[in-house]
Design a protein around this ligand. Structure first.
Ligand SMILES: [Zn+2]
Length: 113
């Protein structure tokens, strides 16, 4: 069942009776319903995106100038670049023994100097 097409029989009946004002009003309401459906769909997708982001955030720990992701066991995964996570929301694994970010050149070694 489509909430918008459900009104089509009403529109057809009104067309036969030539009640144009009512037809225009129903079409306007159909458009408003359609806009609300689209907005609701977007809001659900945005909620899912933010839920996933919050889930990652709750698993992150900042330590030794980098982010670490809590694993399913007791271990930690990482280090991940704090600059890339802070600016782009991306978890970029650091390279060169976990000292440098391959994306933005952030260096844990330079922080310690
Ligand atoms: Zn980075």
């Amino acid at each position: 069942m489509n909430i918008i097409t459900e009104l089509n029989p009403v529109i057809n009946t009104l067309k036969e009776s030539e009640k144009l004002d009512y037809i225009r009003k129903i079409i306007d309401v159909q458009q408003q319903i359609n806009d609300l459906i689209n907005e609701n769909h977007w809001l659900k997708k945005e909620k899912d995106r933010l839920d996933r982001k919050l889930e990652v955030w709750n698993q992150l720990k900042f330590e030794d100038d980098a982010y670490w992701l809590k694993g399913k066991s007791d271990g930690m995964q990482g280090p991940y670049c704090p600059k890339c996570y802070g600016t782009e929301g991306k978890l970029i694994p650091m390279v060169k023994n976990g000292e440098e970010c391959p994306n933005c050149s952030y260096s844990r070694r330079k922080i310690r100097l």
